[in-house]
Structure formats: C-alpha cells, structure tokens
Design a protein around this ligand. Structure first.
Ligand SMILES: *[C@@H]1O[C@H](CO)[C@@H](O)[C@H](O)[C@H]1NC(C)=O
Ligand SMILES: *[C@@H]1O[C@H](CO)[C@@H](O)[C@H](O)[C@H]1NC(C)=O
Ligand SMILES: *[C@@H]1O[C@H](CO)[C@@H](O)[C@H](O)[C@H]1NC(C)=O
Ligand SMILES: *[C@@H]1O[C@H](CO)[C@@H](O)[C@H](O)[C@H]1NC(C)=O
Length: 519
C-alpha cells in the first residue's frame, strides 16, 4: 500500500486546476460567490438565475398544451422542455396571488383576505412580511422587477424598489391602458408607469407586452455575470382592457367572437414575448444556469375573452376555474425534461423554493411561511410535502344561506380548503358556471348547475372530479367535518383583515398627474 494517491487522482486534480483557470470569469465568479456564502448545505453549487414570468388573468384553457384554440408555440415548447405543473394552485384574484408569491404567506396571515388593493386604498403587503426579492438580494442576487406590482404604494416604504428590487420598471395599480399606461381616477386618466421613482413619459404608444419584454431583455444584456440574477417579469397581458396590435389579432380571423379574437391576439403577443426573453437568456449564455418559472396569477375572465373550460367558475371565484393555475418550470438548471407533474403545489410555495435554489442562509422557520419548498418535487420527482392548502377565509365577504347545524365551522362564511384530493367550499364562492370557449362562429355557451341559490356547502374529490360536477357533501359528512375542522384551526391563526376606506388624497391630480405615494 502506498500513501500517495493513485495517479488518476493527481491527474483529476491537475485537470480541475486547468479547467477552473480557463473558466470564463462569470462562471468562476459565481462559484466563488457560492463558496463565500458557506452555509454548509450546498457549497460549491452555483446559484441559478431565477426568472419568474407571471401572466395576468391567463385562463386554464388559454394555453396550447391544454388544447386551447389559441396558439402558444413558445410556451408549449418551454413547458415540453421542462416540467408542467398540473396540480398547481394560485389565488382567484391579482393582489392575493402576488401577495403570496412575494411573502410566502397565506392571506389570513397578511390581512389581505378581502378582494384586491384598490388604487385609492391606503393599504399594502405588510412591511413585516419581507419579500422574496429582499431575501434574494441578501443572498447575493441582483434583483429586478418589470411590470405590475399591485401590492400597495400609498407610502414610499411599500414601493417595490424599497422592498428588495434593485430596479423597477412598471406600474403600481392593477390595470391600465396598454398603450397610454394611464389609469383613471374619477373619470380622468393619470400616468402609472415608473422607473423606480421617476415617471416614464416617453413610452406612450408602446404596447406593454413589447415594452416590458424589451426592458427585461435589456436587463439581461446588461446583467453583471459575477452575480446571479432574479428577474420578476409580471406582464400586464392578458388582463383587460382588450387591446392588441392588429397583426396579432389577424392570426385569429376565424374566431368570430370579437372579444375572444382580440384576447387570442394578446396571448400570442405574450407568447412571442416569452420566446424573445428565452432567446435573450440563451444569447447571454445565461440559460444553462437558469430556472424559469411561468405562472398565471388567477383564472381567466370570460367577459374579457379568457377561458377556463372544462373547469368550473372563473376569476374571482373559489371554483377550480378561478384557482387551478397554468404553470410550468423550464431552464437549463432543471434536470427533468418533458415531465407532467401532478403533485399538489401552490403559489406560496415559490418563496421557500426560491430560497432553497438561492442557497439562502435565512432561518426559514423564523419567517412563519405557509409555503413549502417544492424543489425536490419539481426537480427530483419526490412527492409533494404539501397535504393541505388553505385557499382562503374571507370574513368580510357577504354571508350566504343558513349556518349548517352539524358543523363547528360557520358555513355562511366564504372559505375553501383542500386536503389531499378533497376540497371543501363554504359561503358564496362566486358564479359556479361552466363556460365553453366561443368557437369559430358561436359565442361561448354557459352551463349552470341546478343548485339552490342559498346553498353554502360543497365537497369535491378533485382528483376524480376536477370539473366539480359531483358535490359529495351529503354523502361524506365525515370528510366534510374533517376539512371544516381544519378551517376552524386555520381561522384561529388569522390576523384581522386590512381593508381601509378609500382616501381621496390618493388623487394623482394633486400630485403632478402621476400615480404614486401620497402619505
Ligand atoms: C425613453 O427614454 C429612455 C431614457 O432616455 C430610453 O432609454 C428609452 O429607450 C426610451 N423609451 C422609449 C420607449 O422610447
Ligand atoms: C420579439 O422579437 C421580434 C424580433 O425582434 C419582434 O419583431 C417582436 O416584436 C418581439 N415581440 C415581443 C412581444 O417583444
Ligand atoms: C430559527 O427560528 C426559529 C423560530 O423563530 C427558532 O426557534 C430557532 O432557534 C431558529 N434557529 C436558528 C438556528 O437560529
Ligand atoms: C374566525 O375567527 C374569528 C376571530 O376569532 C371569529 O370572530 C370568527 O367567528 C371565526 N370564524 C368562523 C367562521 O368560525
């Protein structure tokens, strides 16, 4: 036995030195950076770039791979190259989904249980919920946001560039015109487009899907490769108003329904934007070290062209059409290719999942998160650590019907929870109809369930009945009881709802004609 290592190890060590010394600076730089983090768990692994693309009001039946009449070749190809999430949930409206993405917490723990933040409301994602951007910033990332914020701006502390984003280019409210970038207040339009604290006045006439894509690509081109990048691209598309450059709409001449036709064009522009973004990441040599996440914020709104068929319900409802989200993961740092993942996942899970990807040193249990790390589920095929998913409890929503006498939970209250394959809904979940997409010559047909308008309790087995046709609440009272008891427990941990009265001082007419902080 010799005490010297075998010659092969000497050669391997020599080769490593040679390889490291010829590596481009940015690759080496990231390795060094990871090592300097030294949290002991993933030393030596390079921190991936994280690109999070959020679409707005993008319905279950609006993406090619769900059999939509709308063509999305770029999104389909990305999903096929990675992992499609088919048991993935978001919240039924904008602010709630964005609040959970940014905080990793359920709405009952941030006070944002009720509706959205309206432009005139002195409200925001509470400052004691640190955003994922601020965590990634601490972990060494350069952090950028492009697009829609919708998490409050009445005080400067709530602005995105004060909450962990190095840069911000976008708008603060929930919706506006795609070309003028203006949003009305008491009938007058005011600019809502900002680059950090400065109003952007020269983008009038530039369609936001192009504007935001170009901005994101510009950030990619200028990215300092010695750092990992976090890019949150929250598109305006495909929220109303129905606006799109003609050439996109013209691809859908065969769809006679005007709303669906324009909407389809808006989706095609979005699809092209994501294609351009992906190309830019490849050209910048960043793709192989990127995890790209694509998600909708909630279900589609048939009134403005979106569609969730065959799911029941739509945006703003607690039916699957409101919350069963379109989502996939792609990028060079993802191991599986072409997988369909049916494990239960939720938008609040991205927070700890991204912390894990970043190798963050933060003490996750001190953050009191509701999300769980899903990276092994997505990248390693493990089963989901999530058994239960609280969709929401909204004590301010008008009560419906009579309280059910057999259960501890007040069934008049709007709430929903998932446990395993079962989902319970109480109170008023919103319109529970099924809307077929408008075909080539018809407008979308709607189908209604034959239900009493005071009904306030439903139980579904979502695995067997994803379209919510068969209410099991009368058949399986023991399952109902179990799920309602979970609601009772969650409700004990809820914080009071933050839903302040409108403040007329928000009026942008009083502040230079631009939306912004007013307190
Ligand atoms: C607006 O002006 C900025 C700064 O000069 C410039 O970088 C940007 O390209 C302009 N944007 C548009 C849409 O013309
Ligand atoms: C994508 O890139 C092409 C080619 O540069 C351009 O014509 C198109 O407008 C871009 N689309 C979007 C949505 O950015
Ligand atoms: C992490 O936070 C939890 C909850 O605040 C605390 O009990 C625990 O001691 C912390 N762990 C470390 C290593 O600081
Ligand atoms: C939820 O908790 C609040 C505060 O403790 C309580 O007032 C309310 O009645 C509870 N709701 C239900 C439906 O049990």
């Amino acid at each position: 036995m010799t005490s010297l290592p075998p010659i092969s190890q000497w050669l391997a060590a020599l080769l490593l030195v040679v390889v490291v010394s010829v590596l481009p600076d940015h690759v080496y730089g990231n390795f060094v950076h990871r090592w300097s983090q030294n949290d002991g768990s993933r030393s030596g692994e390079q921190q991936p770039n994280i690109v999070f693309v959020l679409a707005d009001d993008y319905g279950y039946n609006d993406i090619g791979y769900h059999g939509s009449q709308i063509k999305t070749p770029n999104l389909d190809m990305l999903a096929q190259s990675g992992v499609t999430l088919e048991n993935y949930y978001v919240q039924p409206i904008c602010t709630p989904t964005r609040s959970q993405l940014m905080s990793g917490r359920y709405q009952i723990h941030t006070g944002l249980q009720h509706k959205i933040i309206s432009p005139d409301q002195p409200n925001g994602l509470p400052l004691d919920s640190p955003t994922i951007a601020s965590q990634l910033q601490k972990a060494g990332y350069s952090t950028h946001m492009v697009g829609k914020w919708h998490l409050g701006f009445y005080k400067e502390d709530y602005l995105p560039w004060r909450r962990g984003f190095d840069t911000f280019f976008g708008y603060l409210n929930g919706d506006e015109d795609y070309y003028s970038h203006k949003r009305g207040y008491k009938g007058k339009p005011y600019l809502d487009l900002h680059e950090e604290g400065r109003p952007v006045r020269n983008a009038t006439g530039h369609y936001s899907t192009h504007l935001f894509t170009d901005k994101a690509i510009d950030l990619i081109k200028r990215h300092d490769p010695s750092k990992p990048m976090f890019l949150y691209l929250a598109y305006q598309a495909v929220h109303g108003p129905l606006e799109v450059p003609k050439q996109y709409e013209e691809q859908y001449k065969h769809i006679k329904d005007k709303k669906r036709r324009i909407f389809a064009g808006m989706v095609s522009a979005l699809d092209q934007g994501v294609g351009n973004l992906t190309r830019a990441l490849k050209q910048a040599n960043m793709w192989k070290n990127t995890v790209l996440i694509f998600s909708t914020d909630n279900g589609g709104k048939p009134e403005v062209g979106g569609n969730n068929y065959p799911l029941r319900g739509e945006k703003k409802t607690l039916w699957e059409g409101g919350m069963h989200g379109v989502g996939f993961v792609a990028g060079g740092r993802l191991r599986p290719q072409g997988q369909v993942n049916r494990e239960l996942m939720h938008v609040s899970d991205w927070y700890p999942t991204m912390l894990r990807l970043a190798g963050s040193k933060v003490n996750v249990s001190s953050l009191a998160l509701d999300g769980v790390d899903q990276w092994d589920t997505i990248n390693g095929g493990a089963s989901s650590p999530r058994q239960t998913l609280l969709h929401n409890i909204d004590p301010l929503w008008p009560a419906r019907g009579k309280r059910h006498p057999h259960y501890a939970w007040d069934t008049r209250v709007r709430a929903s929870l998932r446990s395993g394959d079962y989902k319970v809904i109480t109170g008023d979940p919103g319109p529970g109809r099924w809307t077929k997409p408008p075909g080539e010559d018809a407008t979308g047909q709607q189908f209604y369930a034959n239900e009493d308008s005071h009904k306030n309790l439903w139980l579904f087995n979502i695995a067997e009945d994803p379209t919510e046709h068969h209410d099991l609440s009368a058949e399986k009272p023991e399952v109902v009881e179990e799920l309602l008891n979970l609601l009772v427990q969650f409700n004990r941990t809820a914080v009071p709802v933050r839903y302040p009265k409108p403040d007329p001082n928000c009026n942008p007419g009083l502040h230079g004609g631009v939306w912004g902080s007013w307190q």
